[in-house]
Every structure is written in C-alpha cells, then in structure tokens.
Design a protein around this ligand. Structure first.
Ligand code: ZN
Length: 196
C-alpha cells in the first residue's frame, strides 16, 4: 500500500472539494493509520485527507496531539456540522502551511455528525479547541484553507510566507520530486474515480 505524505500550499489537493467516502475497507483503514502517524510526527492535532492528497471526506483529530493518548483519537468520515453557536477568535496554524499563523473567527460551539471507522454514525457536541479543530478540518474537505478566513490585512502580512511555499513547490516540480499541476490533478481524479 502506498505511503502518504503531507502536502503543502499550493498543492491542488488543498483546493479540492472532496466527495463522500463510499466504503470503509482495509485500504481506507491503512490510510487513516498513516494519517495519525503523520499528524503526530508533524506535531499536529488534526489532519484532513486533502492534506495527504486523498480526495475523500474524512479527517482525523486528537486534541491532545499526544500519540500516548490514543483514546482521544477520533476519525470523522463524511462529517457534517449541523449546528453552530457563538463566535470566538483564536490563532490557527495548519500542517500544510508550516510557520504560518493567523487569527480566525469560528463558532464557539458546534454539533457535528459523522461516521467512525466501523461505519457507525455518531453525533458530538464540541466547544473550545476541539470545536475549532473540527471546523478547520471540515473546511479542508471543501478546499478551504484558514488563510481564506483571515482579514485582508492579516492575509497581506502572510503573503510573503505563502509565496515562499509556492516557490518551494515550484522547485520540487522542476526537479521532479513532485508531479506537474496536470499530473497532480489527474492523480486526484483517478483516486476519486477509484472509490465512487
Ligand atoms: Zn489545516
């Protein structure tokens, strides 16, 4: 089975509006295991499938970020945020945008419905950091980055860092470490077709 890697801005997977997961099989479970590993290695607390170039609606979360607390791990498959209340500003980062941080307004409390890795549906009421993480990861599934939700002023300040990431990706494409834009998009379409 293939090894996943975290992809960085402006990889086209990060702008992909993903399709629902249609089956939970050994391949999907293997991917989820790899996503947790990559998330812990990168010291994150959430990771969406788009961030490993998989065009499916799922993400993993462990609000403690601690691999020694596996009981805090949660897999969200085909999630839907069905209720949002209140609003709160807080600084966010993203494993696909290393070293980039900015304040984002999110709902303070949410209700999210999803399926777990056993295909069972569940509903969760979340507030504080877990609510923020789920809103951030859920955005990824629609191709939305947190930098789309910061003020124009903040975005202007982040622009040089975003440009840096874009030029790093350009170099990787030039020396063949990463496929061309067309190849990356073709691969996303292939993966999408494979599981619909
Ligand atoms: Zn992110």
């Amino acid at each position: 089975m293939s090894d996943l890697k975290i992809v960085y801005h402006p990889h086209p997977a990060l702008r992909w509006k993903s399709k629902d997961v249609t089956r939970i099989d050994a391949q999907l479970k293997d991917w989820v295991g790899q996503m947790f590993e990559l998330m812990y290695q990168a010291r994150g607390i959430g990771l969406a499938a788009n961030q490993v170039a998989l065009p499916y609606r799922l993400f993993v979360v462990n609000p403690t970020g601690d691999p020694d607390e596996p009981d805090q791990e949660q897999v969200f498959i085909n999630p839907q945020i069905v209720k949002r209340n209140g609003s709160e500003d807080s600084e966010e980062g993203c494993l696909s945008l290393p070293e980039i941080y900015g304040p984002v307004t999110r709902a303070e409390r949410i209700t999210v419905e999803a399926f777990d890795l056993d295909g069972r549906d569940f509903s969760m009421e979340l507030s504080g950091l877990p609510a923020r993480v789920v809103q951030h990861e859920n955005d990824h599934l629609d191709g939305v980055m947190f930098t789309d939700r910061v003020t124009d002023n903040v975005l202007a300040g982040l622009k040089p860092l975003l440009d840096d990431l874009a030029s790093q990706m350009g170099h990787m494409q030039e020396d063949g470490r990463l496929g061309s834009e067309d190849q990356l998009i073709a691969e996303l379409k292939r993966l999408e077709a494979e599981r619909t």
